[in-house]
Design a binder for this molecule. Structure first.
Ligand code: TLP
Length: 347
């Protein structure tokens, strides 16, 4: 079937494949609020194992996973140190303030990556004037940072600092799978440097829904209580967990193709007028570039690309984000580059 559009807006746009749908249709189910869904239990065990944690809990979205972790780690009035362009701070509807009553202390990173020294400086002194610094949140890969990978040794350094200062660390690992496949560093090697980790099945892995929070048994018990409170307790949800198990078994290694496709896009885009991009910054499946020198806004480029059959995401005034995924082929990438050539012109 001919695609109507080549959709590079996000890796969340993938549709479940026929074998994934078959696995969903055949899933054994039970009432997960009673803990009786065998497929959910199997997924939770699998993800806990992959992340080297005692337990994991299935939740509907990455946003809920992050916010449950923040809620479970903090008290109202606490401060959470986070990178200024991070997902939990920018793109989760103000949930940290609304649901947990915390305030964020936002630090500017380099493509989303913070240094331990910056975090150390931001920790509030023990003085009644100040909020209590409780939690550090990191994001790996970093979405707004252009899919950048947190170097393992930086994570370790930040975790050791957090521990020495009595702080907790949550990792938004919505795309931790991409970091792992790109570097060969196992998910549990990253996760060892975090008290809690959230991961998504509905981004690069191609499941229609689902995220998990992984941590110690005691912490996941607390997350479970808040999941109920936030309305995230689901019933015969093994149908969805089956898609997640299928995705982990079949779609993990292929993330390499997405990374190659993203690199090809970045290298190709460099040839067009007014595009500012450094392909060496494209480490995984996200490509962010600036179009200020084309004389067009990001929204205008996105509109013109849509007419050429390619959907892209305008970010800010002059930035475009492209994300490669399961439903775009190497051939689609060449077509997308041709379309960019038409819209922007060659140098
Ligand atoms: N990111 C989406 C949008 O919300 C921007 C996307 O298209 O990239 N953490 C990270 C790092 C994410 O990128 C996302 C989704 C989430 C958490 C939230 O996941 P969902 O959408 O399942 O709530």
């Amino acid at each position: 079937m001919m695609k109507e559009f080549i959709d590079l807006r996000s890796d969340t746009v993938t549709k479940p494949t026929p074998p994934m749908r078959k696995a969903m249709a055949e899933a054994e189910v039970g009432d997960d609020v009673f803990g009786e869904d065998p497929t959910v239990n199997a997924l939770q065990e699998k993800v806990a194992h992959l992340l080297g944690k005692e337990a994991a809990l299935f939740v509907p979205s990455g946003t809920m996973a992050n916010q449950l972790a923040i809620k479970s780690h903090t008290q109202p009035g606490d401060e959470v140190i986070i990178e200024a362009s991070s997902h939990p701070y920018n793109f989760e509807g103000g949930a940290g303030a609304a649901l947990s009553g915390i305030q964020f202390n936002c630090l500017k990173g380099v493509r989303g990556i913070l240094e331990a020294s910056q975090i150390e400086e931001a920790i509030r002194p023990a003085d009644h004037h100040f909020a209590v610094t409780r939690l550090v949140c990191l994001e790996n890969t970093h979405n707004r940072g252009g899919g950048s990978i947190y170097p393992l040794e930086k994570m370790a350094e930040i975790y050791r600092l957090a521990q020495s200062k009595g702080l907790l660390l949550h990792l938004d690992g919505a795309r931790l799978w991409n970091a792992s496949v790109a570097t060969g560093i196992k998910p549990h090697e990253y996760a060892q440097w975090a008290d809690s980790v959230s991961v998504c099945l509905s981004k690069g892995l191609g499941a229609p829904i689902g995220s998990l929070v992984a941590s110690s048994k005691t912490f996941i018990d607390r997350v479970h209580r808040f999941r109920k409170m936030f309305g995230g307790g689901m019933r015969q949800v093994g149908i969805l967990a089956a898609a997640g198990i299928y995705a982990l078994d079949h779609h993990l290694e292929r993330l390499k193709e997405d990374h190659q496709n993203a690199k090809r896009l970045a290298v190709g885009l460099k040839e067009f007028k007014g595009v500012s991009i450094d392909p060496k910054h494209v480490e995984t499946n996200i490509v962010i570039f600036d179009v200020a020198n084309t004389g067009m806004t990001g929204a205008q480029v996105a509109e013109a690309m849509k007419k050429e059959g390619v959907l892209v995401h305008a970010f800010g005034k002059t930035q475009i984000r492209l994300v490669t995924h399961l439903d775009v082929t190497a051939e689609d990438i060449e077509k997308a580059l041709k379309a960019f050539g038409k819209v922007l012109g060659r140098k």
